[in-house]
Design a protein around this ligand. Structure first.
Ligand SMILES: NC(=O)c1ccc[n+]([C@@H]2O[C@H](COP(=O)([O-])OP(=O)(O)OC[C@H]3O[C@@H](n4cnc5c(N)ncnc54)[C@H](OP(=O)(O)O)[C@@H]3O)[C@@H](O)[C@H]2O)c1
Length: 88
């Protein structure tokens, strides 16, 4: 199984997706721009986290470099289709 990253994982939709992925036996990388919310969720769900914002395309590209599949739970765009699994 490849790697899965959920952007906006601590929002309402993102957290539902993250919890469902974990229930299915996946180990998603939790991601978003808010350090405190991400840190809290990483501790709660015991999954890896990756903090980055979406302003700079090269930062986003670097953050997704080793990611096979990305899901956006965020309202901000990041090149990942909301609610869809996009191959990186
Ligand atoms: N809630 C629903 O029932 C529902 C149903 C269908 C569709 N949707 C859609 O799903 C999406 C998320 O909704 P939600 O209810 O989960 O909202 P939410 O709880 O407010 O969560 C929004 C998430 O998006 C992130 N975000 C927002 N603007 C961002 C930006 N410019 N850059 C990076 N991250 C950003 C937020 O992180 P920060 O804290 O860092 O801003 C947060 O993680 C929306 O597009 C909404 O229209 C929601």
């Amino acid at each position: 199984m490849g790697s899965l990253l959920i952007y906006g994982s601590y929002g309402y939709v993102g957290s539902l997706v993250a919890e469902d992925a974990i229930d299915r036996g996946l180990d998603p990388i939790l991601a978003g721009r808010d350090r405190d919310r991400l840190r809290e969720q990483v501790a709660d769900l015991e999954q890896p986290g990756r903090r980055f914002s979406l302003e700079n395309p090269s930062v986003v590209a670097e953050a997704l470099e080793d990611v096979d599949c990305g899901v956006a739970g965020s309202s901000g765009g990041c090149g990942i289709s909301p609610g869809r699994c996009s191959r990186m």
